[in-house]
Design a protein. Structure first.
Length: 211
């Protein structure tokens, strides 16, 4: 199977807000707020091609056929903990979406993803699943999260991040060539500690002030 596409969202609002987030002087409160705003903007891009169906409605003036999103609702699947940074923004655009929580942490030595929590709707096979993690670094967590979702039946998945390293993109494309990726930037590389360069540091710590 050919590798899935990578879409870099170059909308000026997204790029401007990403610069605000990268700035080390950004407060915890500001970081969280802007990450949510970018979540909303990325949700707009990643849902651009969702199929529509026509329904009969009546406006105050006359009856008409009008478009609505076809099929079952979406699932938003944040990888804990930084993935939750996108959640409120995305849910404000898609309030009926279901949420799957995926608890993975990065072993500091091996950088491998270790599962500690998984809770998802039972009908994943019928839904489009947006896997959320602001940072696509090694790709280990993203690939592991998608393995877990596929093992529970998910078939239609999209991965949404804020920043990607080329190493993470390559890993995810090799592990899951059927899963397209949306990101606001593909940065230069990973450093020896697995951080994205130039990146923005540890997204979870910056969201929650735990550094
Ligand atoms: N996770 C982060 O939060 N930041 C990185 O740069 C890499 C992984």
């Amino acid at each position: 199977m050919a590798n899935a596409a990578v879409r870099v969202v170059d909308h000026p609002l997204v790029q401007h807000k990403l610069t605000l987030l990268r700035d080390r002087a950004r407060s915890t409160k500001g970081f969280r707020q802007i990450l949510n705003e970018i979540g909303m903007l990325l949700a707009y891009e990643v849902t651009r091609d969702l199929p529509l169906e026509t329904v009969a409605i009546e406006t105050p003036i006359q009856a008409m056929q009008a478009p609505q999103i076809a099929g079952k609702k979406l699932v938003l699947a944040p990888i804990l903990r930084a993935g939750t940074g996108f959640l409120d923004g995305m849910l404000s655009l898609m309030p009926s979406a279901r949420v799957a929580h995926i608890g993975l942490y990065r072993d500091p030595e091996s950088l491998e993803a270790v599962e500690y929590y998984f809770k998802a709707p039972s009908d994943l096979a019928d839904r489009t699943v947006l896997v959320l993690d602001p940072m696509l670094a090694t790709g280990n967590s993203a690939a592991a999260a998608i393995n877990l979702l596929k093992a529970r039946g998910a078939q239609d998945l999209r991965f949404v991040c804020l920043l990607a390293a080329p190493e993470g993109v390559a890993h995810l494309q090799a592990s899951h060539p059927d899963v397209p990726i949306w990101t606001a930037s593909i940065d230069s590389h990973l450093n020896d500690h697995g951080y994205i360069v130039p990146g923005l540091g540890d997204a979870g710590d910056r969201m929650y002030g735990t550094r």
